[in-house]
Design a protein around this ligand. Structure first.
Ligand code: ASP
Ligand code: MG
Length: 471
């Protein structure tokens, strides 16, 4: 018995034509697999539009949300009219669209009265795009003769109450999936499940964070014991670099879990970073494929160990970062400075992307998103008040406009010379490396570089190290 979980992202279901294409792919898959569950995103841009409607209302604007209703109504009605026959489910689906948009409007009216939008309300609002789209896709499949049913993940994915970034409770989720989703699959029904959303044990709607539909697919696959996950998107697979920066970027055919985790962490927008975990834990291969070019095999992410020594597979850049340095000669040999620095950082809710400390212990530096930098400097200064007064710590300062460029590839592991090639490439471009870090997983090297040199750094590493031009 083979089981597939497939997931269609926003652009893959972003228009009537795209939904039609997705439906073709689903039918083809159901001829090839015994059981299939489908996870669907909202139409591209809809989650943003709903969010914008709620936020403008909270800031006192009671007009924008009405325009949002009108815009989303036109878009979804147009889609329904194009896809569904007048003598079929068209009228019923149009009414469904209207009732969800009425729900949105009534949420916005309360936001308007209260003058604020809570994270909990935000999740209820942001979930509507997926709810609508799952129903449209399921209706189209039924029109084409398939047995299909839309299912809200609020009845399947059980989460904690961290609204806007909820954590799934695995045991409860698997129990729901076994009780409510698996039987549909066994009956030959293709369930179309809303991505991105879940609910607390008490049934309150939550979301898994933006881009969370990948995560939804991974969770369902885990609970269903699926053989594979296919995530359909609008690119041919995971690329060696961002093609907007590097025009000759290529598709990477095979990536291991550890490589893709590094990539997801370091900003390649291919997969929701947390989506990797459930997949790794049960070893389910995950394919990234292009809805608009389905004959391209895409990228397979799995357990495969890297076989080619020395290969660097991809290079990414994360922007809008600052590097904070805590420095002072009196820090040498004093235990606890690092722990206190990072607990001050954590108290500001910031997540640190990279850490480096010179072994002379005269400075610790770390990289964080620029938006948090001033509050973090204050928190660290407050923590170090005594050391600053004694001049054990001289200063806490930040360098803004930096970028982390990361080269990823498990083949770097125990292959000498990879870092030399990376630095050689940057040297040729006269690009200065401000700081660097290499994890002991040996799967990536990260460099801090001035923002204005980042694109060139990515291009150089791509051509000289990944493609090996002129090597
Ligand atoms: N629709 C949601 C978003 O735009 C979830 C997703 O598409 O993965 O973030
Ligand atoms: Mg996405």
């Amino acid at each position: 018995m083979t089981t597939l979980v497939s997931k269609f992202g926003g652009t893959s279901v972003g228009s009537a034509e795209a939904i039609e294409q997705a439906a073709h792919l689903i039918l083809k898959q159901s001829r090839e697999w015994d059981r299939q569950a489908v996870v669907v995103s909202a139409m591209a841009g809809v989650t943003d539009t709903l969010t914008r409607g709620a936020l403008t209302t909270a800031s006192g604007d009671d007009q924008t949300y009405r325009a949002v209703v009108a815009e989303l109504r036109v878009r979804h009605h147009h889609t329904v009219d194009k896809l569904l026959a007048a003598d079929g489910e068209r009228a019923q689906l149009s009414a469904t669209v209207d009732s969800y948009l009425e729900e949105f409007a009534s949420f916005c009216r309360s936001v308007d009265v209260l003058g604020e939008v809570t994270p909990r309300a935000m999740d209820a609002i942001a979930s509507l795009g997926e709810r609508i789209n799952a129903r449209i896709l399921a209706a189209l499949l039924r029109q084409w003769g398939a047995q299909s049913k839309a299912r809200d993940a609020t009845g399947l994915i059980v989460t904690d109450a961290t609204f806007q970034n909820a954590m799934p409770l695995m045991k409860a989720t698997c129990a729901q999936v076994s009780a409510r989703l698996a039987p549909l699959l066994d009956e030959g029904v293709i369930p179309i499940v809303t991505g991105y959303i879940g609910a607390t044990e008490g049934g309150v709607t939550t979301t898994l964070g933006r881009g969370g539909s990948d995560y939804s697919a991974a969770l369902l696959a885990h609970c269903l014991g699926a053989d594979e996950i296919w995530t359909w998107t609008d690119v041919d697979g995971v690329m060696t670099a961002d093609p907007r920066i590097v025009p000759d970027a290529r598709v990477i055919p095979v990536l291991s879990y550890s490589e893709v985790s590094e990539l997801a962490y370091f900003g390649a927008k291919v997969l929701h970073p947390r989506a990797i975990r459930p997949v790794v834990e049960c070893g389910i291969p995950l394919w990234v494929k292009n809805t608009f070019n389905p004959s391209c095999p895409g990228t397979c992410i799995g357990r495969q160990p890297e076989t080619t020594p020395g290969t660097v597979k991809a290079v990414t850049a994360i922007r809008r970062l600052s590097m904070v340095t805590v420095e002072g000669r009196g820090m040498m040999g004093v235990p606890g400075i690092a722990a206190r620095t990072f607990s001050a950082v954590a108290s500001q809710g910031a997540s640190v992307l990279m850490i480096s400390q010179s072994s002379s212990e005269q400075s610790i530096c770390f990289v964080i998103p620029t938006e948090g930098v001033s509050s973090i400097i204050c928190a660290v200064e407050e923590e170090m008040t005594l050391e600053l007064a004694r001049r054990d710590v001289d200063r806490v300062w930040s360098l803004d406009d930096v970028v982390i460029v990361t080269a990823v590839g498990a083949g770097m592991r125990s292959t000498p010379g990879v870092a030399a090639r990376i630095f050689g490439a940057l040297g040729q471009g006269e690009i200065n490396v401000i700081a660097m870090a290499q994890g002991s997983s040996d799967c990536s090297v990260s460099l801090v570089i001035a923002a204005d040199a980042a694109a060139e750094a990515v291009r150089l590493i791509h051509s000289k190290v990944i493609l090996n031009v002129g090597h």
